[in-house]
Design a protein around this ligand. Structure first.
Ligand code: BTN
Length: 248
C-alpha cells in the first residue's frame, strides 16, 4: 500500500512514532500514517524532546516495511520528500542538513526521526517520523529555541496550514521511497548534496561522543554516511552533530 493511503488522525498522543510502532507490531500494513494534532512527549533525535504544540505543526509517522536491510538512507529520502512537498505547495526552497534536519536560513524548520524494529534477526518495520513547524509565531516556541527555530508561516509571512502541505507530501514521499527501493541510491545522494545546507568542500566540525573532528565536507556515501576529509584522510560518520565553521 502506498504511503498515505490510510491515515489515522488522533487529537493527542505522547508520540506518533510510538503509536505507529504499536500498529506495526500488531501487523498494520506498510504505508499507514499516524498524524496527531499534538504530541505530549514528542521525541527528537539523540534523546531530545520535540516541541509539539497543538495544531501548530505536522506530527506524522509512517509505517514502512522496506524489502532491503540497508536503510540508513531513509532519513535523507524523507528529507528530500518534505523539501519537494514544501516547494511544490509554497515555492519555498528549504535546505537539508545531514542527516535529518530541515533548514531555512540556518534555522530549524523540522526534522526526521527514523526508528527501526526487528522481528528475530530481520528488519520488521521502520517508523519514519516527520516533524514540521507550520503555523508557529515566534512566541509559540519555547524561549530556549526561539532564536534557532522557524515555521512555514514565519517564512511565508502568511497563514499556512498542515493541509496545505499534505496533498503534496505523500506523492513526494512515495516517489523518493520507490527510487530508494529500486536501488537508485545515487540519485538520492546527489539530490541531497545539491540541497544540502552544508556546502560541499567547506570546513565543518563533526561532533561525536568521542571527540570533535574538523575537516572538509566531501559529501554523502552510498549508505548515507557523511564523508569528512581530515588532514588528507577520509572518514565516514553515521551519527554525529555537524557545525559549520565560518571562514574568517
Ligand atoms: C529531530 O530531532 O530533528 C527529529 C524530530 C522528529 C519529530 C517527529 S514529530 C512526529 C514523530 N513523533 C515523534 O515523537 N517524533 C517525530
Amino acid at each position: 500500500m502506498k504511503i498515505g493511503t490510510r491515515i489515522r488522525w488522533v487529537k493527542s498522543c505522547p508520540s506518533t512514532n510510538d503509536l505507529a510502532r504499536e500498529l506495526a507490531l500488531a501487523g498494520e500494513e506498510e504505508g499507514t500514517v499516524v498524524i496527531a494534532e499534538e504530541q505530549t512527549k514528542g521525541r527528537g533525535t539523540r534523546g531530545r524532546s520535540w516541541y509539539s504544540a497543538k495544531k501548530k505543526g505536522l506530527y506524522a509517522s509512517a509505517i514502512l516495511r522496506p524489502s532491503k536491510p540497508a536503510i540508513s538512507l531513509l532519513p535523507l529520502v524523507a528529507g528530500l520528500a518534505v523539501r519537494e512537498a514544501i516547494f511544490e505547495s509554497l515555492r519555498i526552497r528549504i535546505r537539508l542538513k545531514w542527516p535529518n534536519d530541515l533548514i531555512w536560513e540556518e534555522k530549524k524548520l523540522g526534522g526526521i526521526l527514523c526508528e527501526t524494529g526487528f522481528m528475530g534477526n530481520h528488519l520488521g518495520y521502520v517508523i519514519l517520523g516527520i516533524g514540521l513547524n507550520i503555523s508557529h509565531n515566534l512566541e509559540d516556541f519555547p524561549p530556549e529555541i526561539r532564536t534557532q527555530a522557524t515555521s512555514l508561516k514565519l517564512i511565508k509571512e502568511e497563514d499556512v496550514k498542515v493541509k496545505d502541505i499534505l496533498p503534496r507530501l505523500w506523492p513526494a514521499l512515495n516517489g523518493w521511497y520507490e527510487l530508494f527501493l529500486r536501488g537508485e541510491e545515487e540519485k538520492v545522494i546527489r539530490s541531497f548534496e545539491e540541497n544540502s545546507a552544508l556546502p560541499l568542500g567547506k570546513k565543518i566540525a563533526v561532533v561525536t561522543e568521542k571527540r570533535v573532528y574538523e575537516g572538509i565536507f566531501k559529501g554523502i556515501d552510498s549508505f548515507g554516511g557523511l564523508i569528512l576529509e581530515e588532514r588528507g584522510r577520509e572518514k565516514c560518520f553515521f551519527s554525529a552533530q555537524i557545525k559549520t565553521i565560518k571562514s574568517k
